[in-house]
Design a protein around this ligand. Sequence first.
Ligand code: ZN
Length: 99
Amino acid sequence: MSLCAADLAATAGTIPESPAPVHVHVRDCPVTCLRPLLSPVAYGLLRSECAYICGDQEPSIEHVVRLYEKGQLATVRYIGPVRLAEIRTCLTNAGLYTE
Ligand SMILES: [Zn+2]
């Protein structure tokens, strides 16, 4: 008897997920990847705004970057210059945005 793909998948499924997965973020990552990198308020605003604008509950970071580049984030209620700078720093540090 040999291992089929389903068996391998079942085995992989038993590996417990790391509480803080470390991976290199890319623009295709979901916005949830930014959660540990931002303050709860900034993250909450960002996520709800992206979800609102694109109608997707799990928008990608690409979406955030585009909103930022279009200057649309700056106009979001409650995202003032301070939080905008926080989001920009976060994106820059994660290598997701270059000025
Ligand atoms: Zn990620």
